[in-house]
Design a protein around this ligand. Structure first.
Ligand SMILES: Cc1cc2nc3c(=O)[nH]c(=O)nc-3n(C[C@H](O)[C@H](O)[C@H](O)COP(=O)(O)O)c2cc1C
Length: 330
């Protein structure tokens, strides 16, 4: 059985990898993930605010992760491990490259063009095999238009693309009004793929203290369906790579993501709660399913339930909405 896949030009032994998170900050943990069967690793993001020295803005970002670690096991890395300053981030790439045999994907995180994107070159020189670009941005100002935000992502991608030779992947947020158009624009800018999606961590209102507090809830299965639809719709319209990130907890979720069109499948929450060996369980389940359903390769499986290939393309469109509402009435 052939589990290999090509992701952003990288030949991978299978489609599974830990998504961007502090899971691989420490080389021992990264080795455990590699030993469990991961085909690549994605490092946590280095934030534009860190590179440009805006520590206050950076603190605002990282505090999202704090105070909410109760759900994760002791495997969860310490917060201090996560906030690697830029020089240590680069060192960490070197350490991971020395410790692992699988590709190391770094991650840069910023929302506006600035000096930070040139840091991509240092990441490349440190040996990263690819770079994920996270453009997590929340529109909160009335005068900022959707077009401006999308244009910014395209410009950042263009700037990073032109400064490095390694593959560049753009990690997108889910709620753009015309995702296929944005994906097409990124493909035109020679991005090597997109990662679907960021998870927004919504703040919580504390009714006792009247505070608005950051809150990190790990994903559930429910997060996956938003990704499946996007993968299925995009698979027939773009040639570059698609990765699924968000809501993958079981081998069946991995199967679904690939059938919808994913070239790679990233997991974070399930590794945080069950440990690195979970990757091995997911791979075993994937293999068993393929055998039972007589698929001999990931290539054969990938996108076989994309919008155009599935028996009912309307299932991914408005027709599904209408039918779902009618079912409710019956
Ligand atoms: C503790 C934690 C840290 C994360 N750090 C990053 C990060 O630095 N950069 C990034 O792009 N995504 C980050 N993410 C988001 C994950 O990469 C992933 O997109 C999200 O958790 C959804 O995948 P999951 O359902 O498998 O958890 C983080 C998620 C968690 C839970």
């Amino acid at each position: 059985m052939d589990l290999t896949t090509t992701y952003a030009g990288l030949k991978l032994k299978n489609p599974l990898m830990p998504g961007a998170s502090p899971l691989v900050d420490n080389t021992d943990a990264a080795r455990r993930i590699e030993d469990a069967g991961a085909a690549a690793v994605v490092m946590h993001s280095l934030f534009a605010e860190q590179i440009e020295g805006n520590e206050i803005a950076f603190a605002r970002h990282v505090e999202r992760w704090q105070d909410n670690f109760a759900e994760a096991t002791s495997f969860f890395p310490a917060q201090d491990d996560y906030s690697l300053p830029p020089n240590e981030y680069v060192e960490c790439i070197g350490k991971l490259k020395a410790a692992l045999h699988i590709p190391v994907i770094a991650s840069l995180n910023g929302t506006q063009l600035g000096s930070w994107h040139t840091f991509a070159q240092q990441i490349e020189q440190a040996g990263a095999d690819a770079l994920e670009l996270n453009t997590y941005f929340l529109a909160t100002r009335r005068e900022v238009t959707g077009t401006e935000i999308e244009q910014r992502i395209v410009e950042i991608t263009r700037a990073v693309r032109s400064s490095v030779k390694i593959p560049v992947l753009v990690k997108l947020s889910p709620y753009y009004s015309a995702l296929p158009n944005l994906a097409g624009a990124l493909e035109q800018e020679r991005a090597d793929g997109i990662v679907l999606f960021n998870r927004f961590f919504q703040p919580e209102i504390d009714v006792d203290t009247l505070d608005v507090t950051p809150r990190l809830d790990l994903s559930t299965h429910e997060d996956l369906r938003l990704r499946l639809r996007a993968l299925a719709v995009l698979r027939d319209q773009v040639k570059f790579s698609l990765a699924c990130s968000g809501g993958v907890h079981t081998w069946a979720d991995v199967v679904k993501a690939i059938l919808a069109g994913a070239d790679a499948v990233q997991v974070v929450a399930t590794l945080l709660s069950r440990g690195p060996e979970r990757i091995g369980d997911l791979l075993t389940g994937l293999r068993d399913w393929m055998e039972e359903h007589e698929y001999t390769s990931i290539a054969e499986m990938r996108g076989s339930l994309s919008q155009l290939k599935c028996p009912d393309p309307e299932a991914y469109e408005r027709g599904n909405y209408l039918r779902t509402l009618q079912l409710w009435k019956e």
